[in-house]
Design a protein around this ligand. Structure first.
Ligand SMILES: Cc1ncc(COP(=O)(O)O)c(C=O)c1O
Length: 393
């Protein structure tokens, strides 16, 4: 079914659309006006009356972030922590987990590089074993293989919902079912999925989930959230504590707060917090189902057009493919292509190196061009993109 999306309104809210073709939404999306204005208004007010005073003036709106995020993820406001990016959100969860020598962590081949580095650090520090669940024929995590790998030493299942370097959508809810039945903690990196597709923590069954503001949510840079399921997190002591996360009740005693704010810092990017709330409210107003339908449709169109070009191969995997479209070309390397497109005002990025290393090594890939689409992109932009690509190849 074709999505019916008020594309004119989406683009009117995104003035940069007139100047550039922005296919770098998996890097950082263009902020819509209600979000950039919120951030600017907050910063202007800070300059006018001072930082603490602005925070006090905006107290209710800032607090509203938690309710907005709760609506977005289908959880309670007290299960949300606001931090500086997705990686720190993920780190606060991961490094707070007690793991002992011989414990096993199961992850996906498509796992994000920073997360793999953290697993390896704990492998060398704590003696845990890190194992990659094989992919299935579609290139997504093989759910049956995961089920067969379980034993009583598996202490964490931790995967990326949508990886950084391709259109794959891992079967997060099927993984959640297995994790929940076995009583194994489940950490989901939802950095590329939230804002692009509906993400419901109840339906997925994750205990912990990290996300970023600047990608498909269209929020400001250096903002992120951690979802921590109350029943799971109440026994979890954060790896770091300050006097926002805990209270010093006597010279030799502290008390940790009992909601997810125990994973936060006292000092925060408050302008970012205010603008992130605006971004979440904006996404909710469009509706995540409608956003997903539009994004998937555009991405399918782009893939179909790309495979018509001589020498171009689409490298996306998965039974379900999202708005991240990746490809390489026999004629020129990915970096050159992205550079030449940028010179024409067409924004993409290159996936290579750490971020995608495990998966790319297994697949014999070095670097791919990543064109990541959002609902404010258009079919005409796809045609311009394809024309430019044909020319430069
Ligand atoms: C799958 C995935 N996880 C985590 C991150 C890190 O997000 P942040 O830069 O907000 O820490 C990224 C960023 O590209 C990502 O693609």
């Amino acid at each position: 079914m074709k999505s019916t999306f008020d594309i004119d309104r989406a683009r009117a809210d995104t003035p940069a659309c007139e100047r550039v073709i922005h296919f770098n939404n998996a890097g950082a999306a263009l902020m819509p006006l209600p979000v950039s204005r919120a951030q600017q208004a907050f910063l202007a007010r800070e300059a006018e009356i001072g930082g603490y005073e602005t925070t006090a003036e905006y107290a209710d709106e800032l607090d509203g972030l938690y309710a907005s995020a709760a609506r977005l993820l289908n959880c309670a406001a007290g299960e949300i922590a606001y931090v500086e990016n997705a990686t720190r959100a993920w780190d606060m969860a991961f490094y707070s987990l007690a793991l002992a020598p011989g414990d096993r962590i199961l992850t996906s081949v498509s796992e994000y590089g920073s997360n793999v580095i953290a697993y390896l650090q704990r492998a060398s520090r704590d003696g845990v074993h890190v194992e990659f669940v094989p992919d299935d024929v579609h290139g997504q995590l093989d759910v049956d293989a995961l089920a067969h790998m379980l034993d009583d030493r598996v202490r964490l299942i931790s995967i990326s919902h949508i990886p950084t370097g391709g259109g794959l959508v891992n079967p997060a809810a099927a993984v959640g079912k297995i994790a929940n039945e076995a009583g194994i903690p489940y950490l989901l990196d939802a950095c590329q999925s939230v804002g692009q597709i509906p993400v419901d923590v109840e339906a997925i069954g994750c205990d912990l989930l990290s996300l970023t503001g600047r990608k498909f949510l269209r929020g400001p840079r250096a903002t992120g959230l951690l979802y921590a399921r109350q029943a799971f997190a109440e026994h979890l002591e954060p790896v770091f504590l300050d006097q926002h996360a805990a209270e010093l009740v006597s010279p030799d005693e502290y008390r940790v707060r009992d909601d997810a704010k125990k994973f936060e810092n006292w000092e925060q990017n408050f302008a970012g917090k205010y603008a992130l709330k605006a971004a979440i409210d904006y996404a909710l107003a469009w509706g995540l189902d409608a956003i997903q339908a539009r994004v998937y449709e555009l991405a399918a169109t782009l893939r179909a057009r790309l495979v018509e070009i001589d020498g171009v191969s689409v490298t996306d995997q998965g039974a379900e493919r999202c708005g991240i479209v990746t490809f390489c070309a026999a004629q020129r390397d990915a970096g050159e292509i992205a550079g030449a497109l940028a010179a024409r005002g067409i924004h993409t990025s290159v996936s290579d190196g750490s971020g995608t290393l495990v998966s790319f090594e297994r697949r014999g890939l070095v670097a791919v061009v990543r064109a990541s689409l959002h609902y404010y992109n258009t079919e005409q932009e796809i045609e311009s993109f394809v024309e430019a690509l044909r020319e430069l190849l």
